[in-house]
Design a binder for this molecule. Sequence first.
Ligand code: AMP
Ligand code: ZN
Length: 113
Amino acid sequence: MDCIFCEIIKKEIPASILYEDEKILIFNDLNPEAPIHFLVIPKEHIASTNEINTCSSDVISHIFVKIAELSKNIKELKDGYRIVTNCGKNAGQTVKHLHFHVLGGRKLSWPPG
Ligand code: AMP
Ligand code: ZN
């Protein structure tokens, strides 16, 4: 299976890694849409939010705990940030490995496009 995020996990291609443990990886987005824009991914290949089930509940909760911890240590995020996950073609999902975008460091408009 061809998955660019699995390749990043295996260190087959480089990424700017902010945090890593046995369950998740956090790295900067290659094409940032905001002054702070990083991606949080499970190391297990989960294609999208559609594939989340009770077996993935541990890693999903872990992801949100780490986002809360990390965001408190990034001064640009102290006034707020947004977590986004795109699922499927109507949402514009381009990488079929579950990822949560964390965006901040500027005022973000709402609603998104
Ligand atoms: P999405 O469109 O929601 O599937 O988001 C995929 C994201 O992955 C985009 O924001 C891309 O800029 C980002 N991306 C793709 N390849 C890489 C890479 N090699 N390293 C870091 N981010 C990447
Ligand atoms: Zn993958």
